[in-house]
Design a protein around this ligand. Sequence first.
Ligand code: TMP
Length: 409
Amino acid sequence: MYQNCRNCNADLIEVVDFGKMPISNAFISQNQFSDEYFYNMTAMVCQKCYLFQLLEQPNPNILFHDNYAFFAGSSNSMQKHFDELSDELIDKFELKKNDLVVEIGCNDGGVINYLKKKNHSAHLGVDPSKNVYEKSKEKGINMMNKFFNIKTSNEIVKEKSKAKIFISLNTLAHIANINSVFEGIESLLNEDGIFISEDPYLFDVLEKVSYDQIYDEHVFVFSVTSMNNLCNKHGLNLYDLKYLDTHGGSMRYYVSKNKNLPKTNNFNYFFNKEKNIHSNGMEVYKNFNSNCIKSKTNLINFLNEQSDKKIIASYGATSKSTTIFNYCNINTNQIKYITDTTSTKINKFSPGTHIPIYDYDYFTNNKPDICFLGAWNHSKEIFKKEKNNFSLNGKWITHTPEAMFINDF
Ligand code: TMP
């Protein structure tokens, strides 16, 4: 277990102790209930570099394995997002035929799938989970089935070349050995190389009390401050930012190997905003702690009250809802079932609190009175799909910023 900051080794300060937590994506069968794995989930922040991190992360081999349950392909809006970013790489960074683009955690395709479709053959995906690696291979994407670190980076340079672009979408936050990843990025990029990362944005989590962004896979939740500190340490230049509404509020970080690229207004805006907040010491983190406790009480009371009279189902068996259900101790007393479209989750049970997961046909034939938006980060896509179906008669509830009914997203 880490006692000090994974980046700078300074002391960590406890932010929220979420208690006993199962593996967020370990959707299990009934015969696995008795030997389910639990760890203690405690969110900490570094008092020196402000890197927000978990105290303990389960062994990565338990998280990213041959049967990893998350497929990015299951979300149309994320596919559109990947497609758009691939256009940006081609146009904004004037990608040439031989410019290597490396994407880590590309899952079942990612951005490089769209580069491949646009005939950019100098691409490489790196993903440690065998099943998603194979899905990408089937699509004809060049892949490596590995964790990314300095060793993998050296192998890529030796076997292929240095890279013009390095992409990490919702992956960097998953890798505890963050210094080795940054070393790998720095040595892989060529002199005009660009590194682009997208991750849930810490100040959204703090403001929206969306504590469900915190789970085993997210060993870090980055802020501009902590990302900038990491980049500086590794000789990289964080020069631009783009705020995104994906995953409930994310930040896209543009980082250059060239240290002379000037900082944009966008960078200065977010950097100074955070600097201001941190000028009050750790107050923002203390407030988050009390807001999480309030949010928990509020959600339990709300669901208990509603489930007395109504049938509630949860829409989307997400990693995020594992945090909510376990932190708030929500089980079949409140939520009768979860509906999800991912084949590996259907007919299994949610980690820890064991709510059954059924497919979309079951949902259409057994419509609940109320849907809890487990996949609240995909709410726009879900609402579009359900506005002529569930939304006509049923009601939606969300937990963020507080437990409430919502009519429109
Ligand atoms: P995620 O938040 O970890 O991306 O997981 C989203 C889950 O929600 C994934 O298992 C697929 C599921 N889902 C549905 O079941 N229906 C939908 O319409 C959408 C957008 C997602």
